[in-house]
Each structure stands twice: as structure tokens, then as C-alpha cells.
Design a protein around this ligand. Structure first.
Ligand code: AKG
Length: 346
């Protein structure tokens, strides 16, 4: 039986799982479904909702869909979480999440990247960091063991009901590009890969990071001249209202990826010039609808196990796969709970 929530529920109210903010999150989503959520009044909580869902290991897609379609009671929502995670969140995780919620509510956000933090046992060299500074992207080689990539790739094939050896099976069903497989032990293992964590720590300048539980993608070779390569149009995933706060995104190649195999593409160095570029546009020109291809995107190739990190101010997108084998990718981003979010979407 669905109860009518009130947004009078504070972040400090908990339920059976003892998690701060979770009840308020549930309440907000249900009010949203009914069109009764005052979005403006909760705008500054977006990062908190996001971190809580990612930190729990759920991601943001599945809980929102479940709440939207089922409109459960709070007790039912907690039970759903336990079932999704194959058990209650461990005590140490629950304590870390509760600490994060208090920090989010009580302390001002830090400014990133934090320069002075001394990261032990770095994985990105001084040359890598100089390359990152100049180009806004960098590739961490051998971020994940080959076996873990292979197993993740197989989990994705299995989820899609396709056979990597039988190209006909790649085009049988409804698959386009994205793979909405979130919960899987091997995907979780990759999300916790120590070298990936360390690279993000170096770029953000902190080890207080949370990992996203994001989808994967399988970018098939084009057939019959039809472009089926997902987000091949260059774009940004963040607001490009100025100033754009610092942010890093990442993807893990699960299969070897050549330039013509639908590799990730981005415009190197554009984070240094996006401000001037935006300022030169006339007010009626939508930046997202400009000819971003003319900015000079380059394909970033990699072997299975290589990890691409990019500054979110770079226009980016997948390439068209003109080769013979799909490009398989897992998206993984690590972020601090108080990373900047521009209040205006542009
Ligand atoms: O998969 C890719 O190469 C691009 C992914 C992308 O555009 C995105 O994550 O926003």
C-alpha cells in the first residue's frame, strides 16, 4: 500500500537500514511522479542524491525506474535495495555514507582539483599528468587485468543474448548501443579496480571518492551503411553554463579498439578554450547544435584493459564502427560527493 509522502521528511530520518537521506530521496521521487515536487527547493541536493545512490552500489537509473513504476512504501523500497544488493549494505559502507550525508549538509563544497594532496603510489606519471593538463584526457594502460576485461565482456554478451563468434546474432534483437546491465560481480570488480581508483585520486587530488554504477555499451560494426554507433554526435554530459566546474569521466575498453572500430572521440584541449568559444557564439546560437565536428575530434584507441579519462568540458562521443568486431566498453567514473554542479543547465 503506497503512503502519501510529504517533503517534510528530513535527511536525518532513517528506516530499517539506518541510512541518512534515503527516506527523503524516496519521498522526493514519489512526489516527482505525482508532479508535486518543488524542484527548485531541492536543486542543491542533486549531488547528495547522486552520491547516495552510486555509493550504495545501485546507480541512479534502476532506483528511479523502480520508484517511478512501483511507487512502493518506504519499507518496500528498503527491501528492494537489499534484494538488489544481495544483502544489507555493510556496516562500514553505511557509516561512510552517513558521514558523507552529514558532510554534504554541514560543510561547504571543496574546490577541485585539490592541488596539494600527496597521492601515494601514483599510476599516472609526470608525463601523463602533463599530457592531461594540455589535452584534457589521458589513457591509463593496463588499468584492469585482461581476464577481468574478458569476463566483463562475456557478461555483457550473455546479458544481450548474443554470441561474439556469430555476427548474425549481433543484429538479431533490439540492441542499439547502451547495455543496461548494472549489477554484476565482474562489473563491480572493475569499478573497484585499484589502478582506476588511483588515477581518479590523482586527478581530483583526493582519495575521498565514490564510484558510479553506470551502464556499458556495445558498439557494433555498421551494417548496410546505417550508422548505429550510439552517441556518435559530439556532446557534453554536463551543463556548459560558465564557469564549468572541474569534472572527470572515464571508460574502460573491454575489447581491443582501433581508430575505425568506433573508438571514443574527443576534442583535445578544448577545456582550455571552451569559455572563449562560448562567448563568441551569438545569444540565439545553441552551443550543442553547432558543428562540433569542425573542432577537430580525435579517436582514442586502446587495448582491452586500457582506461580513458577525460575532462567533462571536452566535446566527446563514440566513433562509427567501420571494422569487423564490436567495441565493448564499461563506463566508470569516480567522484567526490561535493563535486561542483552548475545550478543552471545549458
Ligand atoms: O562510448 C563512447 O565512446 C562515448 C560515450 C559518451 O558519449 C558518453 O559517455 O557520454
Amino acid at each position: 500500500m503506497t503512503t502519501k509522502p510529504e517533503l517534510s521528511i528530513s535527511s536525518l530520518e532513517t528506516g530499517e537500514l539506518g541510512l541518512l537521506h534515503l527516506r527523503r530521496y524516496w519521498s522526493k521521487r514519489l512526489l516527482e511522479v505525482e508532479g508535486r515536487l518543488d524542484q527548485e527547493s531541492v536543486r542543491n541536493e542533486y549531488g547528495l542524491d547522486f552520491t547516495l545512490m552510486q555509493g550504495l552500489g545501485l546507480g541512479i537509473v534502476e532506483p528511479a525506474e523502480y520508484l517511478f513504476h512501483q511507487r512502493p512504501s518506504y519499507a518496500e523500497f528498503e527491501q528492494w535495495i537489499v534484494q538488489k544488493l544481495d544483502g544489507r549494505p555493510e556496516r562500514a559502507l553505511a557509516e561512510r555514507l552517513n558521514k558523507m550525508v552529514r558532510c554534504y549538509m554541514e560543510q561547504p563544497p571543496r574546490s577541485y582539483p585539490i592541488e596539494e594532496k600527496d597521492i601515494q603510489e601514483p599510476v599516472l606519471s609526470a608525463e601523463d599528468l602533463a599530457f592531461w593538463q594540455e589535452n584534457g584526457y589521458v589513457v591509463l594502460r593496463n588499468a584492469v587485468p585482461a581476464e577481468d576485461c574478458r569476463n566483463a565482456e562475456l557478461a555483457i554478451w550473455d546479458f544481450l543474448g548474443m554470441d561474439p563468434q556469430i555476427p548474425e546474432s549481433w543484429y538479431d534483437g533490439t540492441h542499439i548501443f547502451w547495455v543496461p546491465l548494472f549489477q554484476h560481480p565482474i562489473l563491480n570488480k572493475n569499478r573497484a579496480a585499484p589502478r582506476i581508483r588511483k588515477a581518479f585520486e590523482q586527478l581530483w587530488g583526493t582519495d575521498d571518492l565514490w564510484a558510479t554504477v553506470d551502464r556499458s555499451s556495445l558498439n557494433r560494426p555498421e551494417r548496410g551503411g546505417i550508422n548505429i554507433s550510439g552517441p556518435s554526435r559530439l556532446h557534453w554530459d554536463v551543463s556548459i553554463a560558465l564557469p564549468i566546474p572541474f569534472g572527470v569521466h572515464g571508460l574502460l575498453y573491454l575489447s581491443d579498439t582501433s581508430a575505425e572500430q568506433g573508438a571514443f572521440r574527443c576534442v583535445p584541449g578544448f577545456h582550455h578554450r571552451i569559455d572563449q568559444w562560448l562567448e563568441r557564439l551569438a545569444p540565439e546560437q545553441n552551443p550543442r547544435e553547432q558543428d562540433l565536428e569542425s573542432l577537430g575530434p580525435v579517436p582514442i584507441t586502446g587495448s582491452a584493459g586500457d582506461f580513458v579519462l577525460w575532462h567533462h568540458a571536452l566535446p566527446h562521443g563514440s566513433g562509427r564502427n567501420l571494422a569487423h568486431y564490436p567495441r565493448v566498453v564499461q563506463y566508470i567514473t569516480l567522484f567526490p560527493h561535493d563535486h561542483g554542479i552548475h545550478p543552471v543547465w545549458k
